[in-house]
Ligand binder design. Structure first.
Ligand code: HEM
Length: 410
């Protein structure tokens, strides 16, 4: 069904045409989705994929308001395309997959322990973890930025925050990674198998209950709150398990990918890299531009709660809508020269951490980790390049970024 384009820029279609097909599970497309996303923005700003039965919005002016309109675009059936399609039961407390009022109660609880103060107090620890990763590499001609740093430091950080012993962190990260990797797990299996129920953390909770410390798990065990029935109570073991799994899942892979994109983009832009090396006050904005340019979590999915009129079409209640925040970040209608990477760019708001009630709870932590990682890299090397022959993108359900990124050091 082709309809006249509202802005006179050629035909508008909501139906996948042979020559315009967007498939988030197609590895070829995932390698470089930007040309397809640009065509979606220009030719099919409301797009429909028949194979997986989802709609997609790709322009900034559509994605940003939809992210804030939680009444229409709901997360309660999941905010990951495969989760909604698989129709799985979601345990209470996975705030990513909840709507108000439950979302607000559970997010409020998490926000009480996940405070900005606690995050900024973590900086020395994040630095220590980063230094431990990088110091042994000084003098080496090459190393893998993901394996040696990106996959290590965020895991140590979230593990420290939660109170998971270092000796067990790797096994947990492997399980989380495997659960989300489309090359190892089918999307149907992905969220089954106890992945969301917290079973992998059960023994720690019991151990922590007997050995309190100053970590999040202990604090959650002691937190009292008013639940949806108005009863003041403590969190149940199951609820804590869910929170811990959520934080470990949400806080690990995305930050790993941010560190990878940092290495890649600054390898490609040596002048900007050297500028940051000389003037570290540029670090925060550089991290924002990296986040804008390559969103580690590029697609947010929603269930549509009422019929919605968009571009002259009706999106029926019950449909799946994907909000392509990574495409919105490159929308030329919003960001001038969006495909130019510029650490000096003034960014009012990129959508890489979402927007509205589900705005990333770990954004300040992720930014801090990104800054420290880049700072410490530049303390040791101001020149690096990527060994492209051996680099590999990870194809995972919710994140986009490098699985292997070998860098050669100058
Ligand atoms: C939510 C991205 C790091 C915890 C989100 C959302 C995005 C996002 C896009 C919104 C999802 C939606 O609207 O459906 C990222 C990126 C990160 C990152 C790109 C790293 C660069 C972290 C870290 C943590 C974390 C380090 C915690 C340790 C969460 C939680 C939510 C969330 C708990 C759910 C918030 C809610 O539903 O109210 N994140 N995240 N994230 N993120 Fe992050």
């Amino acid at each position: 069904v082709r309809q006249p384009h509202v802005e006179g820029q050629g035909p508008l279609t909501t139906i996948s045409a042979d020559d315009l097909y967007y498939d988030p599970f197609d590895f070829e497309i995932d390698n470089d989705p930007y040309p397809v996303w640009r065509r979606l923005r220009d030719e099919a700003p409301l797009y429909y994929n028949e194979r997986y039965e989802f709609y997609a919005l790709s322009r900034y002016t559509d994605v940003a308001p939809a992210l804030t309109d939680w009444q229409t675009y709901r997360s309660g059936k999941g905010s990951v395309l495969e989760v909604i399609r698989a129709n799985i039961e979601i345990p209470p407390g996975v705030i990513l997959f909840e709507d108000p009022p439950l979302h607000d109660i559970h997010r409020g609880l998490l926000a009480r322990v996940f405070t900005p103060k606690r995050m900024s107090a973590l900086e020395p620890k994040i630095r220590e973890f980063t230094v431990r990763c990088l110091d042994p590499l000084v003098g080496a001609g090459t190393f893998d930025l993901i394996q040696q740093l990106g996959a290590q430091m965020p895991m140590r950080t979230i593990g420290f925050l939660l109170g998971i012993p270092e000796s067990d962190q790797e096994a947990i990260r492997d399980r989380l990674d495997k659960g989300m990797n489309l090359e190892e797990t089918s999307s149907e299996e992905m969220y089954g198998d106890g992945f969301l129920d917290g079973s992998m953390f059960a023994e720690y909770i019991d151990w922590r209950a007997k050995h309190p410390s100053d970590d999040l798990m202990t604090e959650m065990l002691n937190t009292e709150f008013e639940d949806e029935t108005g009863t003041v109570r403590r969190l149940s073991r199951e609820e804590i398990l869910t929170y811990v799994t959520l934080l470990a899942g949400a806080g690990n892979e995305t930050t790993t990918r941010l560190i990878g994109w940092t290495g890649k983009l600054l390898a490609e832009h040596p002048d900007q890299r050297r500028e940051i090396a000389r003037d570290r006050s540029l670090l925060p904005n550089a991290i924002e531009e990296i986040l804008r340019f390559e969103a580690p979590s590029p697609i947010q999915a929603r269930s549509v709660a009422r019929d919605v009129e968009l571009y002259g079409q009706t999106v029926p209640e019950g449909s799946i809508m994907t909000l392509l925040n990574a495409s919105a970040n490159r929308d030329e209608r919003h960001f001038p020269d969006p495909d130019i990477f510029d650490i000096h760019r003034r960014i009012d708001r990129h959508l890489s951490f979402g927007y509205g009630i589900h705005f990333c709870l770990g954004a300040s932590l992720a930014r801090l980790e990104g800054r420290v990682a880049l700072d410490e890299l530049l303390n040791r090397w101001t020149d690096w390049d990527v060994d492209w022959g051996n680099a590999k993108l990870a194809h995972t359900s919710t994140a986009r970024g490098w699985e292997r990124l070998p860098v050669t050091l100058g």
